[in-house]
Design a protein around this ligand. Sequence first.
Ligand SMILES: Cc1ncc(COP(=O)(O)O)c(C=O)c1O
Length: 303
Amino acid sequence: MEPTTYIWLDGEIVLWEDAKVHVLTHALHYGTGVFEGIRAYEAANGTAVFRLTEHMERLHRSAKAYHMELDWSVGDLTKATLELLRANGLESGYIRPLVFLELGALGLNPTNARVRSTIVTWRWGAYLGEEGVRNGIRTRVSSWRRFSGSAFPNAKATGTYINSILAKMEAVRAGYDEAIMLNEEGLISEGSGENIFLVDNGVVYTPPIAVGCLDGITRNTVATLLTEDGYEVVEKTLTRSDLLYCDELFMTGTAAEVTPIREVDDSPVGPGQPGPITKRAQELFSDAITGKLTTHPEWLEYV
Ligand SMILES: Cc1ncc(COP(=O)(O)O)c(C=O)c1O
């Protein structure tokens, strides 16, 4: 990662190298942090952050799940993000807000620990590679189940990502690009850091949030855009055999954007190349993030 000049930390813009914490930070020991992943793009009228307010609202919801009292409102955090992007002179990039428990307690009841907040930005390309975005990625169904009953699956908490990390590492070490995770009942949940969509006979399906996948903002964006484009988009529980017999599969996420899946467990998805609805989803998403699409101006917050 290429450092930028500044980081936002508890209301102040500080130098990158000065944003440090103590080794007794509660979140380092127990994963008591919540975070977001957001992207800024070069759009029609300059640099714009995609669905910034919704990401900061989800950060607040994640904090609520773990009883973390933020000092900053959604408005404060969106303003801070735009200021930081300006200070760093970034035309596009990734944005990582993080709220975490620091000093004040080191037991399992962190009520007295100080809540700290930071926002970091940096330049970042395609998460699953340019080649993956063009031709599709190879995936495998993970041996690790996506948790649902043991924590809040819909909160982006740092500690729970150890589950996604196990799945991702297992997939990559076995030579695949990404993992597909089943939930504890064996239903398709999502990727290690992406939601999943399936196309069958022209209809687009994605698992409902109730299976324990994240309520992804890109998932919502793509479902909205495809529906407005005339496709039928249905939330439905999906099984492992649906992956084998469908026509198209793709993943969505702020990092992964819209990435086609060309293989699951060494079997080709459809003809083994990105299909027409996947490509249409990529096109619509690209138009939305760059401001070419005029139907959702509220999704872009200009720097
Ligand atoms: C587990 C998981 N699922 C799905 C997503 C996609 O969510 P979004 O589109 O809001 O980035 C992410 C990324 O935040 C994630 O970490």
